[in-house]
Design a protein around this ligand. Structure first.
Ligand SMILES: N=c1c2ncn([C@@H]3O[C@H](COP(=O)(O)OP(=O)(O)OP(=O)(O)O)[C@@H](O)[C@H]3O)c2ncn1[C@@H]1O[C@H](COP(=O)(O)O)[C@@H](O)[C@H]1O
Length: 95
């Protein structure tokens, strides 16, 4: 199933967090305490703005949304949230 890619990427990000390598996600998560979190939060802010612009211009909406979702997942991994917590939250809201 295509939606398995989210779980797959999440696992890669957890791995990057726990086993440092020379890569974008690994590097951003290894920054000292507050700095790492601030960098990820800054990216989320930028990507959110890019989604707004993409929507208004009817251009690159899928790609910009993927960037925003990706960086949100990165934040959850950095903060130690289990992916199932996110899925459970969506299930809880389902009516
Ligand atoms: N899905 C993504 C993904 N989406 C976006 N990005 C990166 O996020 C960064 C910021 O995106 P931007 O659009 O802001 O690009 P930019 O303006 O060049 O960014 P800056 O670095 O200059 O801020 C870029 O370096 C993108 O390559 C991603 N990097 C990684 N992944 C996934 O995460 C996994 C682990 O990544 P690595 O740590 O690179 O191995 C990969 O296998 C992928 O599946």
């Amino acid at each position: 199933m295509k939606d398995e890619i989210i779980r797959e990427v999440y696992q890669v990000l957890e791995n990057r967090r726990d086993h440092t390598i020379d890569s974008y996600t690994s590097r951003i998560m290894q920054d000292d305490d507050k700095k790492a979190e601030d960098k990820i939060l800054e990216k989320i802010g930028e990507e959110a703005a890019e989604v707004i612009i993409a929507s208004k211009n009817d251009e690159n909406l899928v790609s910009e949304s993927a960037d925003l979702i990706f960086h949100t997942l990165l934040l959850l991994v950095y903060k130690g949230v289990d992916l199932d917590e996110l899925f459970t939250e969506f299930e809880r809201r389902r009516h």
